[in-house]
Design a protein around this ligand. Structure first.
Ligand code: UDP
Ligand code: MG
Length: 312
């Protein structure tokens, strides 16, 4: 088989009812490109027979390449594995439940052909998702944008098309707690969004319970900002300032004879002050921890898009 131009990656966790439809729609869409393509399906420890369904598909159609995990590792790791196995020049990531319509991939490819390296799909509308999911997601994206220097676009999921060079960058990032949307933004290069309507799940139920949403949010926050660490020192500074202001206030009130500067009052001021000093110290330790964490992540220092030949 010749090397495919396009790779479509879909993570699969108990999606038995969706697999035939996913396969049919991806075939229909990708055949329209007139180029060679492959579909990398990563089975993330399914228990409902999806694994066998993938094996069958792989035997029937050699454009389908199943990657089967030994157990459930989670959505972001499944997609990462798919990215390791992808051979295309442009790689599309979609959900297996058809919430991301495969037809949109053609629009993503158009932009890629115009020279964009990351084409992310922006949800203009979301169907069939709970009020709770919509609100928490909206708040989460706003918050992430506020606390991080990396420009992570609002209302985007992992549904996107990556150029091979961006894929190589992301594959070279060894961090274990992965937030792929952040990582593809972090890589840089030419990025653009394309709007689409996110549909309801075709069949089955979401595998993203609140617990997993929180885990993903924590990966995003800790992977792309120091905000929680900085919060410590900021609170500390706030408390120290507060205790000093109160001290001045009480001294003035004592001088004009309105209050007695009692032992209890003095104790309270000391407690607030010390709490502040402690939090500042912890914040400072945190800053160092953050740097150690950065080093431990071992991300490349920079990503070069163009450069003169090193040997010249
Ligand atoms: N998924 C996965 N591993 C998991 C959970 C989900 O590979 O542990 C896959 C799932 O099969 C689907 C995609 O990740 O293709 C998105 O999951 P889901 O639709 O449950 O999330 P939601 O769309 O509700 O956020
Ligand atoms: Mg879904």
């Amino acid at each position: 088989m010749t090397k495919p131009k396009y790779t479509v990656i879909a993570p699969i966790y108990n999606e038995i009812e969706n697999i035939p439809h996913l396969y049919a729609r991806v075939c229909e869409v990708m055949d329209q490109t007139g180029e060679a393509w492959e579909l990398v399906l990563v089975d993330d420890g399914s228990k409902d027979g999806s694994t066998d369904a993938l094996r069958e598909l792989g035997k029937k159609d050699n454009r389908v390449r199943p990657v089967i995990f030994a157990r459930n590792f989670g959505h972001q790791i499944a997609v990462s594995a798919g990215m390791d196995y992808a051979r295309g020049d442009a790689i599309a990531i979609i959900d297996a439940d058809l919430q991301d319509p495969p037809e949109v991939i053609l629009e993503l490819i158009e932009k890629w052909k115009e020279g964009y390296d990351v084409v992310y799909a922006v949800r203009s509308e979301r169907e069939g998702e709970s009020w709770f999911k919509l609100t928490t997601a909206a708040l989460f994206y706003k918050f992430i944008q506020k606390i991080t220097d990396v420009d992570i676009p609002l209302n985007t999921g992992d549904f996107r098309l990556l150029d091979r060079k961006v894929l190589n960058v992301m594959n070279s990032m060894p961090e274990r707690n992965r937030f792929l949307r952040g990582m593809s933004s972090w890589a840089g290069f030419k990025q653009i969004g394309v709007e689409y309507k996110r549909h309801a799940r075709f069949a089955g139920e979401t595998h993203y319970p609140l617990k997993n949403m929180i885990k993903l949010a924590l990966n995003a926050i800790t992977g792309f900002s120091y905000w929680p660490l900085q919060l410590l020192s900021k609170t500390g500074v706030g408390l120290v300032v507060l205790s000093l202001l109160l001290l001045v206030l009480f001294i003035i009130l004592a001088l004009v004879g309105k209050v007695d500067l009692t032992f209890v009052l003095a104790t309270w001021l000391t407690v607030i002050f010390l709490a502040g000093v402690l939090l500042i110290s912890m914040g400072i330790l945190g800053e160092y921890m953050g740097r150690i964490y950065d080093e431990a992540k071992g991300r490349p220092l920079y990503i070069v898009a163009e450069a003169p030949d090193k040997d010249e």
